[in-house]
Each structure stands twice: as C-alpha cells, then as structure tokens.
Write a protein that binds this ligand. Structure first.
Ligand code: NI
Length: 396
C-alpha cells in the first residue's frame, strides 16, 4: 500500500510550498559558514519542533542536529541535508540576498535544508503510516569542513539501514534526478609543499640554491602523476592552485610555497596519488639541491560511492514520485568532492543530483557569486524525499 496517494501528497506539498519557499529565502538571507551555523541550527530546530518532531542537537561541534519520526521497531532510513554557506560576496541583487557581508549560500544548501524540512513536516503528519523510522540529518561544515565525517563519528548512522543525500545540480534540467551508480564523486586531498633553497643575489645564483626553479620543476613533474602513474581508464586530477615565492627582481628567495588538490575516484587511486605527490616533490626538489616538505590537510574527503542496489531503489522511488522521464542514470562522475562520501562509507545509500537548470537558462555554476537555488524544484525535492522514506523498506 502506498504511503499516501499521489493526489493527496501533491495537495499537501502544494499547500506547504509558500511556507517552504519563505523558509528557503530566510535561510538564504542568513548564510552561516562552516561550524558557525548557530542561527541556522536554531532556525531548523525550531521549525522541526513546531511540526512535533523530536530533535537532538549539538552534533559536530554544536550546530548539527538530527530529527526522527516513525515506529519504534522499524528499520531506519536517514536523509541528510547540509547547512553551511560559503565565504563569498553575493552579487545576485535578490530581495532575499545575503545580509551577512562576505557570506553566501552559493551552493544551494539553503534549498537542501528547506526541502528536507518540507519532507519532514509531511512525513511527521502521517508517521503512523510509515513502515520505517526516518532520521533527518542536518549537517554543518560540508564546505571544506568534512562535517559529514564528524556526524558519522558521533553516531548519526547508528542503527541506520540506508542513507540518502541530495544536491541541486545546475547541469541537469529542473525537477529531474540524475544518479551515477558506483563511484560518483571524487575524493579530494589538499596538499602544501614548501621548497627550501638558499637565498642569494639574483646575479649570483651559483652562491645559493634557487627554490623558484626547483618549485617550477615540481609543478611540471606533478603533472606526470595522472599521465604516467595512474590507470588511464580512471579519471584523476592533480592541480596546483597557488605558487608563491620571492619579493624582488634581484633576489633569489630562501623558499617557495605551492599548494593544490588531488581528485581521485577510488580509495586505491587516492592513496597512490598522495604517495606520488610526496615522492615527486621530495625527489624533484632534491635534484636541484633544494629540500621539499609536503603536508596534507587532515580534512581529506573520501571518494563518494553509490551502492548499486540503493541506486535501483532510488530509481523506483524517483519514478514513482516524478514519473519515468524525470530520472536519468549517468555514466560520468563529477570530480567535485562531497562529504556525504563519509556516510556512504559506513552505510549503503546513494547521493542524488537534483536538476536545477531553468528551461532555456544558463545558470550560474555552484559557488558563483550569482548563484541562487531554483525555487521551482522545491516540490520535486520534497516528493523524492517522501517517496524514498514512504516506500522503505522495499517489500518485493
Ligand atoms: Ni554543496
């Protein structure tokens, strides 16, 4: 028996949309960055409590929160939204633009929170019809904070049988869901390399050790990792994003610094690429008489793995909610990183891309100062969440 008739669901969600849209705009006005989501956390906790949902707070440094509904003895399905904004000055000119200078919801996490709140309200109204418990996870620090890893460590997946995440995706048409079974998003590492030379007069390079020349060779040598050391059938990226050294035209400085990122699509590739960056930096610097030290940010992100069985379940749920045409399975992974990977390392599940591209539109990309989540997809996102929870556990 379906959780609710589609007609009834459409009516309930339709009636809720003005409130959820207003909530989304309110959240957009108040973008809190990683681990500073205090206002946001209070706002979401208040909203869920008003709907009669029991909320546990204080996760991941304080701002993470978890709501839960459903029968005591059912299996648990977890649905997750991320909460943080970015350090970016918004230039959308929207009436509900960010009121915090230099902070912005430029990744659509305001939309993610609003959609999960909407689903929670509808599901809570009909909790007696659920065959599972539904855990709503609101997670801080997705952007470079690996908040997902903290939430998992603090037990938000305890007892959970399946976990799902959803992210607005400008590449796909609004109101559709795209899903890539298997490894779907890259693991990310961030590295820093210091090349220590010996400063001297630029007119007498033989009296010192030039760290700039050595660092330049390190940058070029790092490019051979993807082309020569990793499986050519698996995508990977090594990019240097910053290179700095020196103060004047006539001085060879003491040292050069560079930093960058590695993106890989399996734990094996991630390990191999990390080791190669370290070895090549040390060896290349040494070839020029300099010395490299290499460090990696402790917040590395794991590659994101969508469980094939859970993808099949999600496909059914999406098609039941939005129609067959709204679902597409895709072959290409994204080389962006996403800390939902930490949930999927612990419990089988899937990460859904919710299309937000307006008809005929060329939307600003995620993390652009012009980005805004597309309100037109709020009903579709809520429908998908409800369908995933309402049909769980699969009975046939
Ligand atoms: Ni995001």
């Amino acid at each position: 028996m379906p959780f609710l008739s589609q007609k009834r669901l459409d009516a309930e969600i339709g009636a809720l949309i003005p409130e959820i849209t207003a909530l989304r705009h309110t959240l957009h006005r108040h973008p809190d960055i990683r681990y500073e989501e205090h206002w946001t956390s209070d706002c979401i906790a208040g909203y869920l409590a008003q709907a009669g949902i029991h909320v546990r707070r204080g996760y991941a440094g304080g701002t993470g929160l978890v709501g839960e509904i459903g029968p005591d003895d059912g299996p648990i399905i977890a649905l997750r939204a991320d909460m943080d904004g970015l350090e970016l000055q918004e230039i959308t000119g929207l009436t509900y633009a960010s009121e915090i200078p230099g902070h912005m919801h430029a990744c659509g996490h305001d939309g993610h929170m609003a959609m999960l709140c909407g689903a929670a309200v509808v599901l809570a109204r009909h909790a007696e019809k659920l065959r599972c418990r539904v855990r709503f996870i609101f997670q801080p620090g997705e952007e470079m904070g690996a908040g997902g890893a903290l939430m998992v460590k603090e037990g938000v997946l305890d007892g959970v049988a399946a976990v799902f995440g959803m992210h607005g995706w400008p590449e796909f048409p609004e109101g559709t869901i795209a899903l890539k079974p298997g490894y779907a998003m890259a693991g990310a590492d961030w590295f820093s390399i210091t090349v220590q030379g010996k400063g001297c007069h630029a007119a007498a390079p033989d009296s010192g050790i030039d760290p700039i020349v050595a660092a330049a060779h390190v940058v070029l040598s790092l490019q051979s990792i993807v082309s020569r050391e990793l499986n050519p059938c698996e995508p990977a990226v090594v990019s240097v994003g910053r290179l700095s050294a020196g103060t004047a035209t006539n001085i060879i400085p003491d040292r050069a610094e560079l930093c960058g990122t590695i993106r890989t699509l399996s734990p094996e590739m991630q390990e191999k690429a990390r080791a190669a960056v370290t070895r090549i930096a040390h060896g290349t610097a040494a070839a020029y008489g300099a010395k490299a030290s290499v460090s990696f940010d402790s917040n590395s992100y794991a590659p994101l793995y969508n469980d094939p069985d859970m993808c099949a379940y999600a496909k059914q749920a999406v098609q039941a909610a939005l129609g067959n045409h709204a679902f597409r399975e895709v072959d290409s992974p994204s080389m962006a990183a996403e800390d939902f990977a930490f949930y999927l390392r612990q419990v089988a599940g899937a990460f859904l891309w919710l299309g937000i591209r307006r008809p005929g539109g060329d939307p600003p990309p995620l993390h652009s100062p012009r980005f805004d989540f597309n309100d037109a997809v709020l009903p579709a996102g809520i429908q998908v969440w409800i369908s995933l929870a309402g049909a769980f556990p699969k009975t046939d």
